[in-house]
Ligand binder design. Structure first.
Ligand SMILES: *Cc1c(COP(=O)(O)O)cnc(C)c1O
Length: 481
């Protein structure tokens, strides 16, 4: 690794810091104890004022809507920083407790923007990217190359070249073709590239359930059971001048609420790494357990804390290594959603409210907001559930069965499928939707030529624009005559 190129020096870029000075808005006093935003789905900085309006870090949501427009994604920055630090510190402490080390890679696909990458750098986290575009954001932010991991099941030669040129810390290789491409690029650059192998452990986890024999019929990784992982390892080890095999990587699912699936996956990974090490007389010094730690979208969701997840994963790795009789690897984990998701909310304005006779005895209020599946496709994609609240006033104590829908030309354009909301929600009201920090802006589209909303970073000292709102001109600028 001595030949690896140093990453380019950090380049302060006037353009990036255009919004560096936070915009101050007048602070408001708030109460939280008994408020409608007291559950864990809401960021810690969201409070209810005595008048029943919501504020984020002291900024009234009505004032933010007036200043920045709606829809808008709001990120509670102190909440985000606290989450990032707690993952970093709890995983470091838990793995130090068993006699090894652990890095936390933030999964950039959850949400990525230059100021976030700078914040993660300052907090000492590592970063996963999975495309040329994501790598470009990391480069623009001057993120240290050695702390970048590169994912993807179909990285192009150009993407591999860019990653090696920047000097990334590792490439997580996903196919035999890719091994060839990385070898060729390593030769061209005259460097030895650290790689991990993405493997299918057969474990697939979601929320409280996991299956230990998940079907192999999906695109990611080399099969452990089918012997392809061993074959790929042999292929990597056959190119010692170009490739350094760090170990295996697995990502077993998303929105996981307990560690049982990780136990089975870790046992299989560690046993197979040992087999390969013995067969080839090498040490595989690392292990990556992926991400997928769940968050609360509904008040009834009870995710593990970073501390509990870290303690359980450390115990799992220790037990699996003891059982296999193998030394402890350096471990990494890759949370995305759990770091950024709960820190974000989306603020919408209500445009219409339509009572609909849903069944003989149910009148459902269809509340249309000024965004929808373009800024949050998850309900349409995954039937995902969300929680909403009226943001500009408490609303009537009388509630109605409500469905929050968007403005797009699809009946599946749903933001919140089913929730009791005040029965006097009316046009001009503001609605806040919880836990939209992850996989909303990053999955957003311009469907129906609706420009994508801004991402506003909110803290006590003001509001920074992390991503500005798209304009109609932005959309038209792509078009030919
Ligand atoms: C998506 C992904 C993650 C992050 O998943 P979260 O559910 O956001 O924690 C981590 N690692 C890999 C390889 C992924 O594809």
């Amino acid at each position: 690794m001595a030949t690896r190129r140093r990453p380019p020096a950090h380049r302060p870029d006037a353009d990036v810091w255009r919004c560096a000075a936070p915009v101050s808005l007048s602070p408001v006093t708030s109460t939280k104890a008994t408020s409608r935003v007291a559950t864990r789905v809401w960021p810690t900085g969201l409070q209810e004022t005595p008048a029943g309006e919501l504020s984020l870090r002291g900024h009234a949501l009505g004032e933010l809507a007036a200043a920045y427009g709606t829809p808008a994604y709001l990120l509670d920055i102190p909440d985000l920083v606290t989450r990032a630090r707690s993952f970093r510190d709890e995983f470091a402490a838990a793995f130090e407790g068993i006699g090894t080390t652990c890095d936390v890679f933030y999964a950039g696909k959850a949400f990525l923007a230059t100021p976030l990458v700078r914040l993660l750098d300052a907090e000492g986290l590592s970063l996963d990217v999975c495309s040329r575009g994501e790598l470009a954001v990391a480069e623009r932010a001057g993120f240290p190359a050695g702390r970048i991991g590169v994912h993807g099941n179909n990285k192009s030669a150009a993407e591999i070249d860019a990653a090696i040129d920047y000097g990334v810390g590792r490439i997580v290789v996903d196919s035999l073709e890719e091994i060839e491409r990385v070898v060729a690029a390593a030769r061209a650059h005259g460097v030895r590239v650290p790689v991990m192998l993405r493997v299918k452990t057969g474990v697939e986890a979601h929320t409280h359930e996991f299956i230990a024999t998940a079907h192999e019929d999906q695109k990611f990784g080399f099969s452990l059971a089918g012997g392809q992982a061993a074959e790929a390892a042999a292929e990597v080890l056959a190119h010692p001048d170009q490739l350094q095999l760090l170990g295996f990587h697995s990502h077993i699912g998303s929105q996981i609420f307990d560690s049982d699936g990780f136990r089975v996956a870790a046992q299989r990974l560690i046993a197979s790494q040992l087999q390969i090490a013995q067969e080839h007389g090498v040490v595989l010094p690392e292990l990556d357990l992926g991400g997928g730690f769940g968050i609360a979208y509904l008040p009834s969701d009870e995710p593990l804390t970073p501390r509990d997840m870290a303690a359980q994963l450390a115990a799992i790795v220790l037990a699996a290594c003891d059982e296999a009789g193998t030394p402890l690897p350096h471990v990494s984990v890759e949370p995305g959603r759990a770091i950024i998701g709960p820190a974000g909310i989306t603020l919408y304005e209500v445009g219409t409210v339509k009572p609909v006779q849903a069944t003989d005895d149910l009148v459902r209020h269809y509340i249309s907001v000024d965004g929808g599946m373009s800024d949050n496709p998850r309900p349409a994609l995954y039937q995902a559930d969300y929680t909403a609240t009226l943001a500009n006033r408490p609303g009537s104590a009388q509630t109605a069965q409500s469905r929050v829908v968007g403005k797009h030309c699809e009946s599946g354009d749903i933001v919140v499928r089913n929730q009791q909301l005040p029965d006097d929600v009316r046009p001009g009201d503001l609605l806040a939707v919880a836990a939209t920090g992850a996989y909303c802006r990053s999955l957003a589209s311009q469907y129906n030529h609706v420009p994508r909303p801004p991402v506003l970073a909110v803290s006590e000292d003001g509001v920074r624009t992390w991503l500005r709102r798209e304009t109609i001109d932005d959309l038209l600028s792509l078009e030919g005559e």
